[in-house]
Design a protein around this ligand. Structure first.
Ligand code: NAD
Ligand code: UDP
Ligand code: UDP
Length: 317
């Protein structure tokens, strides 16, 4: 529904053609706002937002956030950054540039416009965590020079910039630490575990478990996560984050593979491959802050979320 002009905002979403950005745009357009989607289509695709093209409240700008951007908006969501390990390791220098320079340019924009800005940070700032579950006050256990560092340290330096722009220039910031999220519109070949297992199961190929499969992750469904984004963005100015957003339900990769096999009805087998370097052994968010400050918690359980994700991938085939 288009809103009255007084309550309608013009909102910039960087990385808007990606998996999470496109779901966020669906919600913002649905709420009647105007959206400017900025993306260089490195890992995202125009197909993710094509259903909005005829809408006069929607615009796409092909732009690389490593370069300055001059637009006039009321709010900024900064999501631009490759997110899956194979994608962000494909060109690591570009990944850390995107993370740092993208944050710097969007913060410069927010400073000039005196507008609120949201940062899509990550649970990777905790590295291979030595405390479990992870709370926001934990400083992390991150290798600064490994193959995951371009992403982990890129996101950590972006958080530093956000808090320095906040303290030094009074920029109104909202930093979310996102834990593993899955759902429709994940790139089928982005190498993340949920998309890999589902596409393998549907193609009748072996499911590739890295290592012995005892490592854990906690998977949040995209719709739940986006609700968390909106609540954080609408929260009181005093709530800057960093705040964990994710689903505390924790599973081993072996359990995930078994669930995917069961829900797809596939007769694929499981095969093991070497564990990538610095692969975190366990990950689970403590979401007490999100519960208390945002009244938010995830609603969609893994089997329900996997069913709609599987249906999406079936339709792609
Ligand atoms: P994605 O790869 O689907 O989306 C990222 C988008 O950013 C893509 O559309 C890509 O083309 C765009 N992009 C990349 N570099 C850019 C640049 N230099 N300039 C402009 N656009 C650029 O990934 P996603 O899963 O949607 O992740 C979105 C954000 O959320 C990322 O910042 C990611 O780090 C963060 N995040 C995601 C997860 C998750 O599980 N999905 C977890 C933690 C954090
Ligand atoms: N910036 C931008 N759009 C704007 C304002 C700034 O992209 O509307 C960029 C600017 O080019 C700079 C960065 O944001 O590279 C940081 O801006 P800031 O004003 O903090 O720094 P300065 O320009 O003083 O170096
Ligand atoms: N993984 C796996 N098989 C795959 C892809 C990933 O076993 O085909 C494992 C990976 O080693 C990691 C977990 O699944 O332990 C989550 O990987 P993903 O790349 O999805 O996210 P991240 O490592 O960033 O949490």
């Amino acid at each position: 529904m288009p809103r009255l002009y007084e309550s309608r905002k013009r909102i910039l979403v960087t990385g808007g053609a990606g998996f999470l950005g496109s779901h966020l745009i669906d919600r913002l357009i649905g709420q009647g706002h105007e959206v400017i989607c900025v993306d260089n289509f490195f890992t995202g695709t125009k197909r993710n937002v094509e259903h909005h093209h005829a809408n006069p409240r929607f615009e796409v700008i092909r732009h690389d956030v490593c370069f300055p951007l001059k637009v006039e908006v009321d709010e900024i969501y900064n999501l631009a950054c490759p997110a899956s390990p194979p994608h962000y390791q494909h060109n690591p220098v570009y990944t850390i540039k995107t993370s740092f320079l993208g944050a710097m340019n969007m913060l410069g924009l927010a400073k000039r416009l005196k507008c609120r800005i949201f940062q899509a940070s990550t649970s990777e700032v905790y590295g291979d965590p030595s405390i479990h579950p992870q709370v926001e006050s934990y400083w992390g256990n991150v290798n600064p020079i490994g193959t995951r560092s371009c992403y982990d340290e890129g996101k950590r330096s972006a958080e530093t910039l956000f808090f320095d722009y906040h303290r030094q220039h009074g920029v109104d910031i909202k930093v979310a630490r996102i834990f593993n999220t899955y759902g429709p519109r994940m790139h089928p070949r982005d190498g993340r575990v949920v998309s890999n297992f589902i596409t393998q199961a549907l193609a009748g190929e072996d499911l590739t478990i890295y290592g012995d499969g005892s490592q854990t992750r906690s998977f949040c469904y995209a719709d739940d996560l986006v609700e968390g984004f909106l609540r954080l963005m609408a929260s009181d100015t005093a709530v800057t984050g960093p705040i964990n957003l994710g689903n505390p339900g924790e599973f081993t990769m072996l359990e995930l593979a078994e669930q995917v096999l069961r829900l797809t009805g596939s007769s694929s087998k499981i095969t093991h491959k070497p564990l990538p370097a610095d692969d975190p052994k366990q990950r689970q968010p403590d979401i007490t802050q999100a519960r208390v400050k945002l009244g938010w918690e995830p609603k969609v359980d893994l089997s329900e979320g996997l069913k709609s994700t599987i249906a999406y991938f079936r339709n792609l085939a």
